[in-house]
Design a protein around this ligand. Structure first.
Ligand code: PLP
Length: 231
């Protein structure tokens, strides 16, 4: 049996340790429980122990939302998977924040939908730091241009951070290079744009300790909390 409480405690302890090693304060680092492919009950239990929850697919989130309505909990809910244009409206209705904005086109579409109600919505830009062809995310060299276009044309979006995934089977050096690259990119974007971009969303079950040492402020952990996914 998977023990979500114990698992989350163990992840928190590792976060603490990695933060200490990097001379950081663990309270700067938020823990997201990634509940994709796990049932609503598991997600509800984890919500007591994590700071946020994350899902990959809009459809799955929409069906979980039906249960959620009946048992409200406080953890903010982020979309972390690739967003198809035809699901943009549902995503805005379902989530509190979208981490996977990877093009100006997607940002404009979200902005257009938000204009209907005048609502503002927080997003992160997803950047591909591993030059992996099957990975999602905008190329780092296009990030500044994308950010500037969003700032100029998408007043309903507030860009609050960057998100990335390290190469999945990368060795330690490659993984750290990806994370350090995102941190450096964020520094450059802050200077050029004047935005604060406080959040660096990076690190998963297999690499969150490296991510913390390289400056992560939000780790997205699925397997280490919920156990293996059954697809
Ligand atoms: C699934 C997923 C995670 C969590 O992965 P684990 O290895 O199970 O911790 C984090 N981020 C994204 C974008 C994901 O798709």
């Amino acid at each position: 049996m998977v023990n979500i409480k114990e698992n989350t405690g163990a992840v928190r302890a590792k976060i603490e340790e990695a933060a200490k090693k990097a001379g950081r304060c663990a309270s700067e680092i938020k823990l997201m429980g990634v509940s994709k492919f796990h049932p609503f009950e598991a997600m509800r239990e984890a919500a007591q122990y994590v700071d946020l929850l994350g899902e990959n697919r809009v459809q799955e989130a929409v069906s979980k939302r039906l249960f959620w309505k009946e048992s409200p909990f406080d953890a903010p809910w982020h979309l972390i998977g690739q967003l198809q244009k035809n699901k943009a409206r549902r995503a805005l209705e379902t989530f509190d924040l979208i981490e996977s904005v990877d093009s100006f086109e997607l940002a404009s579409l979200l902005n257009r939908i938000l204009e209907e109600t005048g609502r503002k919505f927080p997003v992160y830009l997803e950047i591909n730091m591993s030059h992996d062809e099957n990975k999602s995310g905008a190329e780092a060299e296009n990030a500044l241009e994308m950010l500037e276009k969003i700032m100029e044309n998408c007043p309903r979006l507030s860009v609050e951070g960057l998100m990335t995934m390290a190469p999945l089977n990368g060795d330690e050096r490659a993984v750290r290079r990806a994370f350090a690259g995102l941190r450096t990119l964020a520094e450059g974007l802050r200077t050029r744009s004047g935005l604060q971009l406080p959040v660096l969303s990076m690190g998963m079950s297999g690499d969150f300790e490296y991510a913390i040492e390289e400056g992560s402020t939000l780790v997205r952990v699925g397997t280490a909390i919920f156990g293996e996914r059954e697809y």
